[in-house]
Structure formats: structure tokens, C-alpha cells
Design a protein around this ligand. Structure first.
Ligand code: O2Y
Ligand code: MN
Length: 599
């Protein structure tokens, strides 16, 4: 088959990798349904995919990964910049040349017995001025089918790339060559943990991954390109690549506002992006559930695109109650990874909202489930096309993006942080983003239960450069001439009473908070000025029946003691991590907050 491009740099790179990895065959991917079906057949034949019942879950498949390969591996994720300071204290740094030498050794001959697939893909609508092109080389059919769903793959991308367009080379191997006559035979191919590498070369805009076939380690368009490499590009080009959902909010009169929101992993981003409001006449629609790329338009507003084309959502806990739109999105054409399999050849997981059906259930490890441990892995996933979500917004593929009116930050904070407050300025909002974190519930090896694990802007695992420089970049964005900046808010759905009860029901009731945010953007919200910033008046949210007036007052209280402790924690444990890269403006905001609370 002739190569489908005459892009010299791309052809040269593919040739170089073929020489290094020595695959049995090379296949250029075109993104077609035939190709998808062919990859699935390969995976089924290798014993790696199980077709689900075609009547209940058409064109859907279950994969089970190796127990050692079930999530992103942060301690094997590297930012290889020439100067360690450019990676910063919160990233794993390695010298790029040393890393390349190690990885070339691993890549040598690593694709023997396998086919090398070349996947040209676009992050964002093909041809959008905000989109970027990547090319992933992989030896995994599982990666090919997931990339089909999560990105835009194929000939149109090569057309836009032309003969000399820019692309991010993304090299991936599962790290398991096959001897002649050997096959995977139902064993998920991957390499041992200490030879897994998820490596980023931000200065060269290049990604090399080895040894894992799973999720964020292997689908290189997502966390690797769209966040780690794109954040470095965004810094250099004056835009924002963020770990944010994008939602469209419509009021009963039909007025529309778009909102972006950053929460650390496992705070319900997908649920918020697909929320079903409990308040009459309001509508939430989904633009994206995980990543937002935001650039200034000519009118000075920030326009956001969702660079992805699908959802790679956490399965456990997803139910018709927590997220009916996600449940509809996964009704067909979906890949499930590490969920349980019922005797009717359907999927099941903890928190799906119904009991496991009678009959044998096969757990995520492929064993008959004894109902002692979980049936689905806690990080089991579904990969589903975004267009299958009933709440998908009409604008989700608009190449110009959607204008962002509000940016939300939040985390899991049982105490101190109120249900919602609004920043007094962009700089104050950047301060709020910089202190985002979630409380550690069970004692982890490195942190005591009850302490806050900070995850500034929910970007700690995903920023491709020094986090102190990242804060400075956000502050600079606020100084852009003619900028019409979004309002910034801090929300907390996870407040608890002293007796451990949830104070706020969350889910659809979060629409009450979204309504106030909408009103604040329109200038019609009822608010009070507090030491924390701008907050709703007692009656502004119209509390749901299940929340008493006393609980509402607690949710909107300014907890002076709690915040003074928070400030002390930020001052002594959090900000010092960034050394002299910490922008003085953030310390000024910390001091100003302390002064307002002490007045
Ligand atoms: O564990 C993985 O490989 C996936 S992590 C992930 C997937 C989808 C959206 N967000 C995340 C995350 O960790 O933030
Ligand atoms: Mn995420």
C-alpha cells in the first residue's frame, strides 16, 4: 500500500522508527469503520477483547488489562527538558539525552512480531485554528480503536498537515515483542513497571511512551499531548491548555453562557459536564468533560474547544442517578476496560445502580467473581464517542470554539471552603486556582488523613513545565491588552457537617450554584462582599428542600478559623515548593486574604 502522505518529515520519522523498532508490518491508519472493525478482530483473535451481547450493547467490547497496568503511572512519567528548572519541583525530570539513550535501548526491536500502526490525529475539529495535529506510532490495536474514538483520525488530518505542516510525534510501544509464532494468547501485553516510561520532551514537542498499553499512558493525544506538551505550547503562544470540562448553560429565556471548570481527578468532572438540572427551565449541555484549550478571539474573549472527540470516563460509580447522559452515551459503540462481565455478556460495576445480575460474573481479572473483592477495577473505564451523549451541545465541534464566561475551580473539601465564592479579580482567581486541592480521606503512605493534597489548577500531574512559571503564565493572560476575561469562581460540592453528613446533595442540585454563577456573569445575581470574595446572599441559591436553612448557612459561612489555618498551610507547606518561581502576586493575594479575615 502506498503511503498516504508526501510529508517528508513525517515519512522520515516513520522510517526511523521502523528501523529502530523492527515491526513485522507497517499500516497507516485512515480512521475508517473498516479499520476499526479490523483492529477489533485482531484483538478478539488475540484473546484480548470480548464482544458484548450485540442486542443489549451493540458494537461494544470488553478488554481486561494486566493488573500491573491499570492507571496512569505518575512515578514513571517524565518531563525531559534541558534545564531541570524548566520541569520544576513537581515533575519528574530526566536529562533528555540520557532518557533517549535508555529508551532507544528499550525500543530496539520492541515491535518484533507486531504491526506498527501510524495514526495521524487531530486534537480539536480538523482544521480549527485552535486544533493541533499529532501522529501516534503504536504497536497496539487497542490504542488504535481508542484513538478512533477519542480523537479525529485519518486522511483529512493528513490533508491539513500537507507536505510540511507541524505535528507532534508520539511514539508508543507496549514493550512486548513477540517471538516467531508467538501470540498474545489472552495476555495483555506490557512491560514491567520499572521499564515503563511516559516521557515528554516539551522543547522538541515530542512524546515517547513505552511499556504500558493503558489509558493516559498509551492514548498519547490525551494527557501527554493535550495537556503536558500543549501546556508548554500554550505558554509560548499566549493561550491556555487546561484540565477543564466545558459546559453550556442555558436559562429559561434561552440566554447562553459557557463555563469551564477544573477539578482534580475523581471529583466528578464528567458528571458535572453532563449534569441534569433540578431547576425548572435550565439546561446544561456538554462541550467537553476533561480538557479545554482556550485562545483569545479578536473580540478579546477566551474561546474554548474540547480537543477530544470522546469520553474516557471512570465506570465505577457511573449510574442512571449519577450520570444518566453518560449511561446513554455508552449504550453502543463503546470500549470497556477492566469492568466486570455478566453471564448475559453485558458489563457491570460497583455503583452502576443495580445489583449484579444472577449467574456467574467474571471480575476485571478474568476470574469467576467470589463477591469478596470488587468486580470492576476502581479505575475501570469506558471509551465512548462524544456525539452519543444526549446532552452534547450543538457547538461542541465549532472550530472557532465557545466564548467562556466563567471559570470554576474546586476540589473535595469537607470543611472550610464554602459551597461557592467568586474571585474579586483575575489575580485573586489565579490565587484560588493555585491553592486547589482535595482532602486525603484514608491515610496514604505519604500523607496523613485529613490533610489537603494540593493540586493547583488540577494540573499538577499534567503541566509540562515549571508550575511556578505556569502561575506566572496565568497572571500574564490577565494582563493581555483588550482581554474580556471570564469571572473566576471556587466551588465545593463536598462539604460535610460535624457529624459526617453531606451538607449538599450535589449532582443535579449543583445547577442552583451554576444558576448563581450565570446570574453573576449577567450582573443580576444577589451577592455580598465577604473577606473570601463575592458570595451569594442567604436566599440567592434557593436551597433545595433537602437542605435546611441552618445547613445552608453553614455552606455559605466564612469560616475564619478554618481559612487562617488554610493560609498557614499554603504559606508553610504549599507555596515554598515553588521557590523563587512563585510569582509575588500570589503571596500578595495570600497576605490580602489574611488581612481581610483579620480585620
Ligand atoms: O488512568 C488513566 O490512564 C486515565 S486518567 C484520566 C482519564 C480520563 C480523564 N481524566 C483522567 C485523569 O486522571 O485526570
Ligand atoms: Mn482528567
Amino acid at each position: 500500500m502506498p503511503t498516504p502522505t508526501s510529508h517528508a518529515k513525517l515519512l522520515q520519522w516513520v522510517e526511523e522508527i521502523v528501523t529502530l523498532c523492527r515491526p513485522d508490518a507497517v499500516q497507516w491508519c485512515d480512521g475508517s469503520q473498516d479499520e476499526y472493525d479490523q483492529m477489533i478482530q485482531l484483538a478478539v483473535a488475540a484473546g484480548l477483547a470480548t464482544p458484548l451481547d450485540a442486542a443489549t450493547r451493540p458494537n461494544s467490547y470488553l478488554f481486561r488489562s494486566d493488573p500491573s497496568d491499570v492507571a496512569r503511572v505518575e512515578n514513571r512519567t517524565y518531563i525531559a527538558s534541558r534545564n531541570p528548572e524548566d520541569a520544576g519541583p513537581t515533575n519528574n525530570w530526566i536529562d533528555p539525552e540520557t532518557l533517549k539513550a535508555t529508551m532507544r535501548g528499550l525500543y530496539a526491536g520492541c515491535m518484533a512480531g507486531r504491526t506498527l500502526f501510524v495514526i495521524p490525529f487531530s486534537m480539536g475539529p480538523v482544521g480549527s485554528p485552535i486544533a493541533k495535529i499529532g501522529v501516534e506510532i503504536t504497536d497496539s490495536p487497542y490504542v488504535v480503536v481508542n484513538m478512533h474514538i477519542m480523537t479525529r483520525v485519518g486522511g483529512k488530518v493528513l490533508e491539513v498537515l500537507g507536505t510540511d505542516g507541524e505535528f507532534v510525534p508520539c511514539l508508543h510501544s507496549v514493550g512486548k515483542p513477540l517471538a516467531p509464532g508467538q501470540a498474545d494468547n489472552g495476555v495483555w501485553p506490557c512491560a514491567p513497571l520499572d521499564s515503563k516510561y511516559i516521557s515528554h520532551f516539551p522543547e522538541e514537542r515530542m512524546i515517547w511512551a513505552y511499556g504500558s498499553g493503558y489509558g493516559g499512558n498509551a492514548l498519547l493525544g490525551k494527557k501527554c499531548l493535550a495537556l503536558r506538551i500543549a501546556s508548554a505550547q500554550a505558554r509560548d503562544e499566549g493561550w491556555l491548555a487546561e484540565h477543564m470540562l466545558i459546559l453550556k448553560l442555558t436559562n429559561p429565556l434561552g440566554a447562553v453562557r459557557f463555563v469551564a471548570a477544573a477539578f482534580p481527578s475523581a471529583c466528578g468532572k464528567t458528571n458535572l459536564a453532563m449534569l441534569v438540572p433540578t431547576i425548572a427551565g435550565w439546561k446544561v449541555e456538554t462541550v467537553g468533560d476533561d480538557i479545554a484549550w482556550m485562545k483569545f478571539g479578536k473580540d478579546g474573549q477566551l474561546y474554548a474547544i474540547n480537543p477530544e472527540a470522546g469520553f474516557f470516563g471512570v465506570a465505577p460509580g457511573t449510574s442512571s442517578k449519577s450520570n444518566p447522559n453518560a449511561m446513554s452515551a455508552i449504550a453502543r459503540n463503546t470500549i470497556f476496560t477492566n469492568v466486570a462481565l455478566t453471564s448475559a455478556n453485558d458489563i457491570w460495576w460497583e455503583g452502576i445502580g443495580y445489583e449484579p445480575p444472577a449467574g456467574e460474573v467474571i471480575d476485571w481479572k478474568g476470574k469467576s467473581w467470589e463477591r469478596k473483592e470488587v468486580a470492576a477495577h476502581a479505575n475501570a473505564r469506558f471509551t465512548a464517542p462524544a456525539h452519543q451523549c444526549p446532552a452534547i451541545a450543538a457547538e461542541w465541534q465549532d472550530p472557532a470554539g465557545v466564548p467562556i464566561s466563567a471559570i470554576l475551580f474546586g476540589g473535595r473539601r469537607p470543611g472550610t471552603v464554602p459551597l461557592v465564592h467568586q474571585a474579586l479579580s483575575w489575580q485573586h482567581g489565579v490565587f484560588l486556582g493555585s491553592i486547589v486541592g482535595s482532602e486525603v480521606t484514608a491515610a496514604a503512605l505519604d500523607v496523613q488523613a485529613g490533610t489537603v493534597r494540593r493540586d493547583p489548577f488540577a494540573m499538577l500531574p499534567f503541566c509540562g513545565y515549571n508550575m511556578g512559571d505556569y502561575f506566572a503564565h496565568w497572571l500574564r493572560i490577565g494582563e493581555t491588552a483588550g482581554a474580556q476575561l471570564p469571572q473566576i469562581f471556587f466551588v465545593n460540592w463536598f462539604r460535610k457537617a460535624a457529624d459526617g453528613r453531606w451538607l449538599w446533595p450535589g449532582y443535579g442540585e449543583n445547577s442552583r450554584v451554576l444558576r448563581w454563577i450565570f446570574e453573576q456573569c449577567e450582573g443580576t445575581g444577589k451577592f455580598v462582599l465577604t473577606p473570601l470574595g463575592i458570595m451569594p446572599t442567604d436566599d440567592a441559591l434557593d436551597a433545595p428542600a433537602s437542605v435546611s436553612a441552618a445547613d445552608m448557612a453553614e455552606l455559605l459561612k466564612v469560616d475564619r478559623e478554618g481559612w487562617l489555618a488554610e493560609i498557614a498551610d499554603v504559606r508553610s507547606r504549599h507555596y515554598p515548593k515553588f521557590g523563587d518561581k512563585l510569582p509575588p502576586a500570589l503571596l500578595q493575594e495570600l497576605d490580602a486574604l489574611q488581612a481581610r479575615l483579620s480585620a
